[in-house]
Design a protein around this ligand. Structure first.
Ligand code: ATP
Length: 365
């Protein structure tokens, strides 16, 4: 096992800056997930750690060793790819052991024992003599994992390893990856564009955007305390509501004002320090509640003209307009009697309101 440290790492491809001055430190035994939209630089960062790309500037260390100029084979990392990268003409066993016999670093019989151990862990003992064409997607993925496991690397690097699997198998493999990590405790860096995978697998999650890390934190903290508007929008489903507001003192209380609503904010030193009157207000749909007939209302409300109601089976997403803004409210009552065209009131949890700087996107409240 080993820690990983990236210092001010930049990678340019001609005029594209894929990775833009990243600092990162992954602790020994940690499971770190990179998540972000397509093209944000996740795979390039992983490939820089693997040695499959060379940094334009900056340094990469694994454990105490600076590996910036080392080949992939000299880094003791093992990479699992999205497309499994199995040789079609070889059996699962041959794929798992490929290159090990030639390396000469294994004693007689040791390779067979390592394969048997990995196959038992991954439950693929009965598949070792099959070729990739005779394996399902999930089985191919297990073989690819087996190839990594037998090498007992210091670091596992995984690039969207589950993206070719159907939804049910992805959930199952997610559980297995967690179990494998608990068993072996190998430092793991994992790339995905799927926020559910990121949130469920990562000890910490790094959200990337435009070649930079916007925030790196424990999953729940990313959700509760997004450091930027980008993170707030990217993490959580349905996505956080975001609306431009003016901050005004009304009565003895600060309010965030739109053309159709005046939303009271909790008073406090952060707000005094704000020093600006314009911001973007963020609140997650689950913290907006549609007021039903006969519900008693405690606090302020916002009026909503409902233009869409989506049923998720166990929840409802109520979409509506409040003046020029569009809002989503999540209701845990799937049978709430609301339909398109209704006018409803929604209450909001003042403690769950975020404010972001309209120019920089940084969280200011
Ligand atoms: P995805 O989720 O789509 O795989 P990603 O976040 O992993 O995206 P990267 O593959 O790291 O993104 O790519 C980051 C940027 O660098 C993109 O703009 C991409 O087009 C560019 N890029 C990546 N590899 C190369 C390359 N070999 N040559 C030129 N440009 C590249």
């Amino acid at each position: 096992m080993a820690s990983i440290a990236l210092e001010n790492v930049t990678k340019r491809f001609d005029d594209v800056t894929a990775v833009d001055g990243i600092d990162l430190s992954v602790t020994d035994g940690e499971f770190l997930v990179f998540v972000g939209p397509s093209g944000c630089g996740k795979s390039t960062t992983l490939r820089l750690i693997a040695g499959l790309e060379t940094a334009t500037s900056g340094s990469v260390a694994i454990g105490d060793t600076d590996v910036t100029d080392r080949d992939p084979s000299e880094r003791n990392v093992s990479m699992v790819f999205q497309n499994y990268a199995l040789f079609p003409h070889m059996t699962a066993r041959e794929n798992i052991t490929f290159g090990m016999t030639a390396s000469g670093s294994y004693a007689n019989g040791e390779i067979g024992r390592l394969v048997d151990d990995a196959a038992a862990t991954l439950d693929i003992e009965g598949l070792l003599d099959r070729k990739p064409a005779e394996l399902s997607g999930g089985e191919k993925q297990r073989v690819a994992m087996g190839r990594s496991l037998v090498r007992d690397p210091e670091v596992f690097l995984m690039d969207e390893p589950l993206s070719n699997l159907d939804a049910k198998l992805r959930v199952e493999m997610r559980r297995e990856l967690t179990a494998l990590h608990e068993e072996f405790g190998t430092t793991t860096v994992y790339v995905t564009h799927d926020q559910t995978e990121a949130m469920t697998l990562g000890d910490r999650v790094a959200v990337m955007n435009n070649g930079r890390i916007e925030q790196i934190d424990a999953p729940q903290r990313l959700y509760d305390y997004p450091a930027t508007q980008f993170v707030a929008e990217f993490i959580g489903s349905p996505a956080m509501n975001l609306l431009p507001v003016e901050i005004e003192e009304r009565g003895d209380h600060p309010h965030a004002v739109t053309d159709a609503a005046s939303i009271s904010l909790r008073d406090g030193p952060e707000l005094d320090a704000l020093g600006q009157s314009r911001a973007t207000l963020g609140i997650r749909p689950k913290y907006l509640s549609v007021v039903g007939d006969g519900d008693s209302v405690d606090g302020d409300t916002v009026d909503l003209e409902v233009d869409l109601v989506e049923s998720m089976g166990d929840t409802l997403v109520v979409h509506g307009r409040a003046g020029t803004d569009h809002l989503r409210a999540l209701s845990y009552d799937a049978h709430l009697p609301v339909e398109e065209g209704d006018r409803v009131s929604v209450t909001y949890e003042t403690d769950r309101i975020h404010l972001f700087d309209r120019d920089t996107g940084e969280a200011i409240y």
